[in-house]
Design a protein around this ligand. Structure first.
Ligand SMILES: O=c1[nH]cnc2c1ncn2[C@@H]1O[C@H](CO)[C@@H](O)[C@H]1O
Ligand SMILES: [Zn+2]
Length: 372
């Protein structure tokens, strides 16, 4: 129904009502601080760097604010450390679905690396079972609370390790039970995507999609490899694609003279989705500040940009907060936010008919109310 008084002002409360789509969110980067403390007590994890909820929340945010991806990733030791039992994994997954739904996310792909959750003897399949059961239970709690959400899982392999082929097989094994795609994550410099070619070949051989963290802490060659050698369907971050665009001054709003190199042109022409995570990129030093984030340049040049959280705990963020930051920095309105949201839904690893239904039945009507 149209809003008789025109567009709703954009603030955190109205953004929470907007139907949002999240493609890049790490399960082990989104725990509630209180849950980290409780799980540590329950499972006997003794290495937490703080003992109260506010101190722990601040510790994650400040430690992640390091300007270096490698240092940023060190904070995951403590979240992964408390996610080693089926009960803990299921609880974290359930709360993740509930928290996203409460923020107005209607579709989410949440990723994690099963190989990091074997410290207490679980098998890879037991880890998958616990996490997917947690998502299902979170979905049903959200439905009961009147905020329905669809949550699917992306299965990540760690790029410094050597289990990616096995993880790709795990993904395909679970694909009809909620695992919709595969990913590689972890430190990027020194660990190029081409180290994991056999995993990507396995995915392609099984007609199964994957995304690759590329162009975050390392430059254009990483993006080129991810596309040309590995054949990824989406790019995690991909911010360094800006290195292949000339003719625009950093921070300038004049995009008319932009010239795209071959890789950037390929990304735009093939409509390769970019999973952009603004706050995370500032924390890891991938960009110097939000003002200098290439999100707006890429959006204006009509790359298929999407808005994501990456790690809600480390960045003290939500989808609504990421959108608010973009609105405040670049002056976006509801129609821009709707475009980014539809970009994301079109790029999801969900079957086409299900994507279309969410766009037509949830996203467009939800934004229509706000646009007025
Ligand atoms: O922005 C990122 N870049 C690369 N790796 C990441 C990022 N955020 C999290 N992880 C890594 O992915 C693992 C599985 O979820 C996390 O444990 C963390 O090591
Ligand atoms: Zn990530």
């Amino acid at each position: 129904m149209a809003n008789p008084v025109g567009p709703t002002p954009i603030d955190l409360a109205s953004l929470k009502r907007a139907p949002k789509v999240l493609l890049h969110d790490h399960l082990d980067g989104g725990l509630r601080p209180a849950t980290v403390l409780e799980l540590a007590a329950e499972t006997g994890y003794a290495n937490l760097p703080a003992t109260t909820e506010p101190e722990l929340a601040a510790w994650f945010r400040d430690a992640a604010d390091s300007g270096s991806l490698v240092k940023y990733l060190e904070t995951f030791e403590h979240t992964v450390g408390v996610m080693q039992t089926p009960e803990a994994l299921a609880r974290v997954a359930r709360e993740c679905a509930e928290d996203l739904a409460a923020d107005g996310v209607v579709y989410a792909e949440v990723r994690f690396a099963p190989e990091q959750h074997l410290q207490r003897g679980l098998s890879l399949d037991e880890v998958m079972e616990a996490v997917l059961a947690g998502f299902a239970s979170g979905e049903s709690a959200a439905r009961t609370a009147g905020r329905p959400i669809v949550v699917r899982c992306l299965v990540t392999a760690m790029r410094h390790a050597a289990r990616s082929r096995e993880i790709a097989e795990l993904t395909v094994r679970w694909r009809d039970r909620g695992a919709v795609g595969f990913d590689i994550a972890g430190a990027e410099a020194g660990f190029p995507p081409s180290r994991h070619l056999d995993a990507f070949e396995y995915m392609r051989d099984h007609s199964a999609p994957f995304t690759i963290h590329a162009g975050e802490a390392f430059g254009l060659p990483s993006i080129h490899e991810a596309l040309a050698f590995c054949g990824c369907d989406r790019l995690g971050h991909g911010v360094r694609i800006v290195d292949d665009i000339d003719g625009v001054e950093p921070g300038s709003a004049d995009f008319a003279g932009a010239r795209l190199g071959r890789v950037a042109a390929r990304v735009r022409d093939a409509r390769i989705p970019l999973e952009m995570c603004p706050s995370s990129n500032v924390q890891t030093g991938a960009v110097a500040s939000l003002e200098e984030h290439p999100f707006n340049l890429l959006a204006q040049l009509r790359f298929r940009v999407t808005v994501n959280t990456d790690n809600r705990l480390m960045s003290d963020t939500t989808m609504s907060k990421e959108m608010l930051k973009l609105v405040e920095t670049f002056g976006y309105g509801w129609t821009d936010l709707q475009r980014f949201t539809i970009n994301a839904m079109k790029s999801a690893f969900l079957p086409f008919d299900e994507r279309l239904a969410i766009i037509d039945e949830t996203i467009k009507p939800g934004f229509a109310v706000l646009i007025g």
